[in-house]
Design a protein around this ligand. Structure first.
Ligand SMILES: C[S@@+](CC[C@H](N)C(=O)[O-])C[C@H]1O[C@@H](n2cnc3c(N)ncnc32)[C@H](O)[C@@H]1O
Length: 245
């Protein structure tokens, strides 16, 4: 049985107090009020030392997710890699997360990883970080790029061209401004996904709330979810939406 629906405000408070995986609490107060505001995120990313090799990752990092993501890519490769072209992966609202870099270094399947965020300081920080500390892709045809853009309007991405869309904490931030922006993210993700491609949302929002959200956006029947376990007293989930025809 799903746990009882918890109010969003209850969910978000501990998340903010626990800001990041590297224990940075200095921005907790501004996030508590402004998680939906681009200015707040710009300030946070601007204040990071870009030469610092540590990333700010929202509640979990690549290492926590690799056992989920690499098998997904492995399973979709035979059907989506006909032409030998890299599989296209989008990380929506990437911030300065290490997930894109982790995939680049560890995926034996060739990937084009496009990390998108509307925060210019985040995109510049990651480009600069990548330039100062280049990494060796696991597959020689893999490629990583950081793109400034709005994840609720992916007009620069062709329909049915992407294999995997990641959303780690981004819908949670968008939901702060109401359900419409978060619904647009899901609609755009489903538009750009190939048939059989997957949207993976990582969040602490429990199934009775998030499944209702997917129902409203028309993606209900295509969703499965996985309990990722507990961290800092909260349970995290991966919601996986598979694009059907
Ligand atoms: C909770 S953070 C998660 C960052 C990153 N995914 C991680 O796991 O560390 C939310 C991110 O979404 C970005 N964001 C919010 N709304 C956005 C939008 N409409 N378009 C692009 N990025 C957005 C913010 O700039 C921020 O980097």
């Amino acid at each position: 049985m799903f746990r009882l629906h918890r109010m969003l405000s209850c969910l978000r408070q501990p998340l903010v107090q626990r800001f990041g995986t590297n224990g940075d609490k200095s921005h907790g107060e501004s996030l508590r009020h402004g998680m939906g505001s681009s200015k707040v995120w710009d300030n946070i990313y601007s204040s990071k030392n870009t030469k610092d090799s540590s990333h700010f990752d929202w509640f979990c990092s690549y290492k926590d997710l690799q056992d989920l993501l690499l098998p997904l890519l492995h399973d979709m490769a035979p059907t989506m890699n006909h032409s030998g072209q890299p599989l296209h992966v989008l990380d929506l609202g990437c911030g300065t997360s290490d997930v894109g870099l982790g995939l680049l270094c560890n995926s034996p399947i060739p990937l084009l990883i496009s990390c998108v965020d509307r925060s210019k300081p985040a995109v510049l920080a990651m480009r600069e970080h990548f330039m100062h500390s280049p990494v060796m892709p696991k597959h020689k045809y893999s490629h990583l790029e950081y793109v400034e853009g709005d994840v609720t309007d992916l007009h620069h991405v062709h329909s049915s061209s992407v294999s995997l869309v990641l959303d780690k904490g981004t819908s949670d931030a968008l939901l702060r401004s109401g359900t419409e922006p978060a619904q647009r993210l899901v609609r755009e993700a489903l538009r750009v996904l190939q048939v059989g491609g997957k949207l993976v949302q990582l969040t602490d929002e429990d199934p009775d709330a998030r499944l209702g959200f997917f129902e409203k956006v028309g993606a209900g029947p295509a969703v499965t979810f996985h309990d990722l376990g507990e961290k800092h007293g909260l349970t995290y989930y991966a919601y996986i939406v598979t694009r059907s025809s």
